[in-house]
Design a protein around this ligand. Structure first.
Ligand SMILES: NC(=O)c1ccc[n+]([C@@H]2O[C@H](COP(=O)([O-])OP(=O)(O)OC[C@H]3O[C@@H](n4cnc5c(N)ncnc54)[C@H](O)[C@@H]3O)[C@@H](O)[C@H]2O)c1
Length: 248
């Protein structure tokens, strides 16, 4: 799909992977709606995009009405989104599965999984009526090769991979493609929670030793993968590891 002048909605666009994805789609001429819980972060990124080609929207992706309102705002500003990147995520801290409370479990699934339910409800009818679209979900290597201490988060990312494949099959007749990107660990806002303990050179070395390519994922790695998936009209239903070999 050609990205120029398409409306691209990116959730969690105020930081980390989402910020890099928003910038990358903007650089290819997209009209980018940056949705984030933290409006000021989304505004910071939107302000650096070409004038009139980026808007910041505040929404909690786990709340259906908020997602609907954000999609409506983007649609009123330009037109309905052709490309949607479900990137916003949440994790419990790295700890025993017995120490994660129920409210935190619910939050993990609400932000990582139910958000995609809400987004599908909000964007698929217009994509169907408009002749197609591309939905890109940010999963994780956690859903393919889980690490201990992150069980409930890992399960939510497993769900992201499965639902991406299922939606791909179901929505293919409407020319809507659905893919998942599965990045390995990156030094973004979520890093501290993933490692659980103190962020020391020793801890980083321990995690790095599990990535054959010998480095952490960069937000630009994920952004490149998202561009590839948006462009690739015959690619649907894949879980694309961006992981330096972690899941081999
Ligand atoms: N960082 C990693 O190591 C890593 C690895 C694999 C996958 N991921 C996934 O990548 C995605 C992006 O994470 P990141 O590493 O860039 O983290 P990050 O903390 O830098 O960015 C996440 C952004 O999402 C926003 N956000 C959080 N909850 C939200 C909500 N309910 N509604 C709207 N916005 C919300 C935050 O405000 C933040 O701007 C997540 O889905 C995460 O699970 C991260």
């Amino acid at each position: 799909m050609e990205i120029r002048d398409r409306v691209v909605l990116v959730t969690g666009a105020g930081s980390g992977f989402g910020e890099a994805i928003a910038r990358a789609f903007s650089a290819e001429g997209g009209l980018v709606a940056l949705l984030d819980l933290r409006l000021e972060q989304a505004q910071r990124v939107a302000a650096e995009l070409p004038k009139g080609r980026g808007i910041a929207l505040q929404a909690d992706v786990s709340v259906g009405e908020a997602v609907q309102a954000a999609v409506l705002a983007a649609t009123k500003t330009w037109h309905s989104p052709s490309i949607v990147v479900n990137n916003a995520g949440f994790t419990h801290k790295n700890r025993s599965c017995l120490e994660v409370d129920e409210a935190t479990f619910d939050r993990v699934f609400a932000v990582n999984v139910k958000s995609i339910f809400h987004m599908v409800q909000a964007v698929v009818p217009a994509m169907r009526d408009g002749g197609g679209g591309s939905i890109i979900n940010i999963g994780s290597t956690a859903g393919i090769r889980p690490r201990p201490g992150l069980s409930w988060y890992n399960a939510s990312k497993g769900a992201v991979s499965t639902l991406s494949k299922s939606l791909a099959v179901e929505l293919a007749p409407w020319k809507i493609r659905v893919n998942a990107i599965c990045p390995v660990m990156s030094i973004t806002g979520m890093f501290q929670d993933f490692i659980g303990g103190e962020d020391t050179p020793e801890t980083r070395a321990k995690f790095l030793s599990t990535i054959p390519a010998g480095r952490f994922c960069e937000p630009s790695d994920v952004a490149q993968a998202a561009l590839y998936l948006a462009h690739s009209d015959f690619v649907t239903g894949i879980e694309l590891p961006v992981d330096g070999g972690r899941t081999i």
